[in-house]
Ligand binder design. Structure first.
Ligand SMILES: [Zn+2]
Length: 90
């Protein structure tokens, strides 16, 4: 079983070829509905099973979120989600 941390060392952002970071759990939860809609949006009658969104990889340069589904990183640029604007710290 390869850990996400190990995957992060070998994977790169498909757009800028930069390093990816592991998304916060809270970010994964925040983007889950958006991701699900994107994955099921084009199909009819909700028959598509998008799998289980387990984690996410983030490119801070592109501000993109790449889903990790059933343990497999989805680094397809078309599947990536744009990150929400950063929350105010104070
Ligand atoms: Zn990038």
């Amino acid at each position: 079983m390869v850990s996400y941390q190990e995957l992060l060392e070998i994977l790169a952002c498909p757009r800028c070829k930069g390093a990816l970071t592991l998304a916060d759990k809270s970010l994964v939860e925040e983007l889950r509905p958006q991701w699900r809609e994107k994955m099921t949006g084009g199909s009819s009658a909700g028959s598509a099973r998008p799998g289980q969104l387990e984690a996410g990889f983030v490119c801070v340069t592109c501000r993109l979120f790449y889903a990790v589904v059933d343990g497999i990183p989805d680094l397809v640029l078309d599947d990536a989600l744009a990150l929400p604007p950063p929350a105010m710290e104070t």
